[in-house]
Design a protein around this ligand. Structure first.
Ligand SMILES: [Zn+2]
Length: 663
């Protein structure tokens, strides 16, 4: 650390001795037992110190390095141990927002708060080397920071030395990103490199330093040259102490709880739904669903293994210009750990993690994306259809398993992703076709879409009356009129959600038999003829929604009413997706599978390709010959084209242009 201040001048020895005495008395009085137990470091409570000696506590703030070494010397002299001094519980006045750190802070003690964004590997730095003259045995000790150093000549004239000893300390570099919630909406969170050295790089702390963990780091601001050629510097923080912060809990008074009980009896889903986005007209089902999403269901474990997630994930699909972005964006203010990500940053890697060679950390590093950064909260992702397909695999694991293991280069870690996903997507052709299943209109693979409990098509409003209502709502929003006033303010919604979240309702006999009956009604007709496709995925989604509904009503049991609410929401979503026919699920469109007769024809095409490939000694079946054979079997060219497109999703490939082989 350069440019450190030096307040001790010659002639101030008397004051110094007084200070040393005060430090000694303080340690004797308050820390003696800790000192006898301490192994590598000791924590000094600054508030306690300031009550004992205002002077010494001020010097911690103004002349950190010198006071720290005074403490070390006193401890060494009186207790015969070498300890690192870590200060805790420092005055709030040194707190600095990361984005405000400037040149003037260099050499100063600050504390910052943020989330761990990247973590580097453990290294060590050799700080000192002791050389011994091979002629006279004279020892020379030289610092190795900032650059390696060797003695040139001994006083005896000899120029050859043994390396007798070297001293080193551990270092781990991390990147801390500030909490976006303290910033303006469009402000990009700033990051700061933090060096964890010596005992701060011990295994206990390293283990806790996972991406997305919230930390308070206290340390000195240092500066580092960006390139040898120009006088341009960046700042970093050399940590003296780190505190792991818990998310702040919402405190509820007796009065709050009484109010929550009252609210729960009064049409809670509709009124809470309205309160979530009062300035958007309509969409009562979506708003209800969003409220249930805030509450969530319950994670179900078998031993230590997660068997069913409790997060409820929702996707809104609609043409640009519909209310979908406004609907999802508004939810951030109801959750402390929530982030909104627009299209510019959407890529699968960015959403879960990126492994990269990092210049600042000087190592392979894992930069965690928005989903792990919102662990325990909600990631709100707009234009999710823009994510890169190759990274969907990570996303699927993150959503289903609620954690993603990484073993790449020197990185071996598990990112926690207990994150609720709320996303929006545009249809492929921008305009949403009301008469076509949603699955053919979104540019996302089916297995990824299946991770969403509810998918709603948000339609553009076409009838004049509703358009009129939308316009009135906009007027009301601008005039802050009654119509767009929420039933409950943000604080009330947050308190309500935090209270009911804790409830773990159980299924009743009644709700189980209702869900069973209705679920079978929903999925079974027609499915036999279409290939007996049966998936219980929807049932799990229904149970999750019913669980959230029971919580929302302060019920310890999932009642028939909750089951009905859940089924109704599910049906509304499926109807909007155009996958309900005559009251039951159109499995063919819903699962995006081919009907039975088409599947038979596809099988025939595969056989043709296999035979023709053999005929051509493994060089692939030529397209003309496939077409000829297909036409003979009453499969026309258009159908063939569709089948080949389908098969190219993992069943056939094109080794050379116009030739096909089975995978
Ligand atoms: Zn010598």
């Amino acid at each position: 650390l350069k440019r450190k201040k030096n307040n001790f001048k010659k002639g101030e020895n008397i004051i110094m001795e007084e200070i040393i005495e005060q430090i000694h008395t303080y340690l004797e009085t308050y820390e003696k037992e800790n000192l006898l137990r301490a192994k590598d470091s000791i924590e000094i409570d600054w508030q306690k110190l300031s009550q004992f000696s205002f002077e010494v506590s001020q010097m911690v703030l103004d002349d950190f390095l010198n006071i720290k070494s005074l403490f070390q010397n006193v401890i060494h002299d009186h207790y015969d141990v070498n300890l690192e001094i870590r200060f805790k519980n420092l005055t709030e006045s040194i707190y600095t927002e990361i984005w405000k750190i400037r040149n003037k802070h260099v050499g100063e003690l600050v504390s910052i708060v943020g989330f761990v964004k990247k973590v580097g590997g453990i290294k060590h730095i050799i700080s000192n080397k002791t050389f011994e003259c091979i002629n006279c045995g004279n020892e020379i000790n030289l610092p190795q920071i900032p650059a390696p150093n060797k003695p040139e000549q001994c006083h005896c004239g000899n120029k050859k030395f043994y390396l007798k000893d070297s001293k080193a300390y551990d270092i781990q570099k991390i990147m801390v990103e500030e909490d976006p919630m303290i910033l303006d909406f469009e402000q990009k969170p700033e990051r700061k490199l933090v060096e964890m050295i010596k005992c701060l790089a011990n295994p206990g702390i390293t283990k806790e330093l996972q991406p997305s963990v919230k930390v308070k780091v206290t340390g000195l601001v240092g500066e580092r040259k960006r390139s040898p050629r120009i006088e341009e510097y960046t700042t970093f923080i050399q940590a003296n102490n780190v505190e792991f912060l818990k998310e702040k809990e919402i405190k509820l008074s007796k009065k709050d709880i009484e109010r929550i009980k009252e609210i729960s009896k009064d049409d809670v889903l509709n009124k809470m739904g309205q309160s979530i986005s009062p300035t958007i007209y309509g969409y009562p089902s979506i708003k209800k669903a969003l409220f249930l999403q805030l509450i969530g269901a319950t994670h179900i474990y078998e031993g230590n293994m997660l068997s069913e997630r409790g997060t409820i994930n929702i996707l809104l699909v609609g043409s640009p210009g519909t209310a979908k972005t406004a609907l999802i964006r508004g939810l951030t203010k109801f959750i402390d750990k929530a982030r909104y990500t627009g299209s510019s940053t959407v890529s699968g890697a960015g959403l879960v993690a990126t492994v990269m060679k990092d210049e600042e950390i000087g190592d392979w590093s894992l930069e965690s994306g928005v989903i792990p950064m919102c662990n325990g909260g909600m990631a709100i992702i707009d234009e999710i259809d823009k994510i890169s397909k190759s990274d969907i695999a990570y996303l699927n694991i993150a959503i289903d398993k609620l954690e993603v293991p990484f073993d790449k280069a020197t990185i071996h870690t598990v990112l926690k992703t207990k994150t609720t996903i709320l996303a929006a997507a545009n249809p492929k052709d921008k305009v949403f076709d009301k008469f076509e299943s949603i699955y053919k209109q979104i540019n996302l693979p089916k297995d990824f879409l299946d991770r969403f409990d509810l998918i709603f098509a948000v339609e553009a409003i076409k009838d004049i009356k509703t358009q009129g209502n939308v316009i009135d709502t906009i007027f009301s929003k601008i005039e802050k009129g009654e119509q767009t006033k929420p039933f409950y303010d943000t604080e009330t919604v947050k308190k309500y959600v935090s209270y009911v979240k804790q409830i773990a309702p159980i299924l009743t006999k009644e709700s189980k038999s209702y869900l069973k009956k209705e679920f079978l009604k929903l999925v079974s007709p027609g499915s036999e003829a279409e290939g007996a496709y049966f998936s219980s995925r929807l049932l799990i989604n229904l149970i999750r929604l019913a669980t959230a509904s029971a919580k929302a009503h302060l019920r310890k049991e999932i009642t028939l009413k909750d089951a009905e609410i859940s089924l109704e929401l599910m049906k509304t979503a499926l109807i909007s997706q155009q996958v309900i026919k005559d009251g039951s699920l159109d499995v063919v469109s819903f699962e995006n599978i081919l009907p039975k007769n088409k599947r038979e024809k596809i099988h025939i095409i595969k056989e043709i390709i296999k035979d023709l490939d053999k005929e051509h000694e493994g060089r692939g079946a030529p397209i003309e010959k496939i077409t000829n054979k297909a036409v003979d079997l009453k499969i026309n060219e258009f159908e063939l084209e569709e089948f080949l497109r389908h098969l190219r999703n993992g069943e056939i490939f094109e080794p050379t242009r116009g030739r096909f082989k089975l995978l």
